[in-house]
Design a protein around this ligand. Structure first.
Ligand SMILES: C[S@@+](CC[C@H](N)C(=O)[O-])C[C@H]1O[C@@H](n2cnc3c(N)ncnc32)[C@H](O)[C@@H]1O
Length: 196
């Protein structure tokens, strides 16, 4: 059976961005503590973080959204190899189209998809998350640029940096959520929803 380290090596070798090591540990611990029953993930890549989350709770089901068909195909095969295929649904397509069409509720959401679109997605994700549920967002400090947004309009990452900054300010100030910003990896928020 494939080990998680092998999968991580596979991803790094091919420059597929999967969660960094300390982020992986934070995600694992957070899921382990929350013991959710329904997890939604935006940004499957090849299934690495999905496998991390499923390994932390025996009963959870995972719905995960990925825009790249080739990534989704690799993720499917990886979920099978790790013995999790029967607990996972992969939705292939643009999260901005798929998420607004989702129904039902989730008690854990991991947002790790299109970096410039967290604010837009959050409006829908908030409706899907149960009170008491947890929202984890990766890359909220985005290469250090969120706290030092570039002034040069031609900067390659300016749109992501600006949008992520607006999202981070919004979630930190949102009274419906208790949010902690963890300065690990590329910056991770863990938010517990207190009320609708
Ligand atoms: C950082 S990677 C996810 C890594 C994964 N969560 C892990 O740690 O194993 C981001 C993923 O989001 C996907 N993505 C980017 N834009 C998207 C969109 N609009 N809808 C769905 N997925 C998207 C990318 O193809 C990529 O695989």
């Amino acid at each position: 059976m494939m080990e998680l380290e092998q999968l991580e090596k596979y991803a790094r070798k091919r420059y597929i961005p999967v969660v960094l090591d300390d982020t992986k540990q934070l995600l694992y611990n957070t899921v382990k503590q929350a013991q959710p029953s329904r997890i939604l993930e935006i940004g499957t890549a090849i299934g690495y973080s999905g496998i991390v989350m499923l390994s932390a709770c025996a009963d959870a089901r995972l719905n995960t959204v990925e825009i790249s068909e080739s990534n989704a195909a690799l993720a499917k095969s990886n979920f099978e190899q790790f013995g999790y295929a029967d607990r996972v649904n992969i939705f292939v397509g643009d999260a901005l189209q798929i998420v607004p069409m989702l129904s039902g509720s989730y008690d854990f959401i991991f947002l790790d998809g299109p970096k410039a679109q967290y604010g837009k997605l959050f409006d829908y994700l908030n409706d899907l998350l149960t009170v008491g549920g947890t929202l984890v967002c990766d890359n909220v400090l985005y290469k250090g640029l969120v706290e030092h947004v570039p002034q040069d309009k031609r900067h390659k990452h300016i749109t992501v940096a600006r949008n992520m900054r607006a999202f981070l300010d919004e979630i930190m100030a949102d009274a419906r959520y208790d949010t902690v910003l963890h300065r690990v990896g590329d910056g991770v928020t863990v938010s517990v929803k207190r009320t609708n």
